[in-house]
Design a protein around this ligand. Sequence first.
Ligand code: PGA
Length: 245
Amino acid sequence: MRKLVAGNWKMYGLASSLAEIEALKGLTGEAAYDIVVCPPFTLIEKAAERAKDSTVAIGAQDCHPQISGAHTGDVSAEMLVDAGARFVILGHSERRVFHHETDAVVATKVTAAHTAGLTAIICVGETRSERGDGKAIEVVGGQLRASVPAGASSSNMVIAYEPVWSIGTGLVPTIEQIEEIHSSIRQMLEERLGEDGRNVRILYGGSVKASNAADIFGAANVDGALVGGASLKATEFAGIISAAA
Ligand code: PGA
């Protein structure tokens, strides 16, 4: 399966950061894998202009469930497409925690993204205490089942397994732990989508760096990565991407 490496800039990045996209284009060239950069809303249009005719696609980090309406401060999936985005991250744990997004809300947003023509990167992952209680597979399974709406397929959905305790902490699960969750996600996708479940890309996310990327990409059912901190600088992000080759 063609790997996908996505960078999540979170609430970082000013116009000057667009130089990182230029640099990334130069560092990755004719990539044999898919590269996505998800800058903040304010940079999407300019980032898409810079990434034009390159292997780098642009994504967003959230969208509203509705196409338009009286929702002060929100951005719809259609607006993201209009600005040049092709992907959108949905259900990131920072949205689930700080914005109280439930699985049902995430599923509605995914449908909105699909209606607008975006590919949704749907995030799932357990907390430290849930893992400690031996509930990681159960929690991830519950999130997955309830966050993936009807109409989702390998052509409009990517799953990102991001253990909450690994995000921004430098703590990474063992390869065995990653494989265990990824294979259970694969199984659930196959139960849900039949044969097409085999083609859905399952990314790992949480403290991915150039130094651990090759091991992570080598794990069974790992089809790429969702990268936060290490995606902000093109040289470091390119180091991770090259490990996907
Ligand atoms: P991190 O973040 O790579 O900085 O751990 C990953 C994410 O939140 O998507």
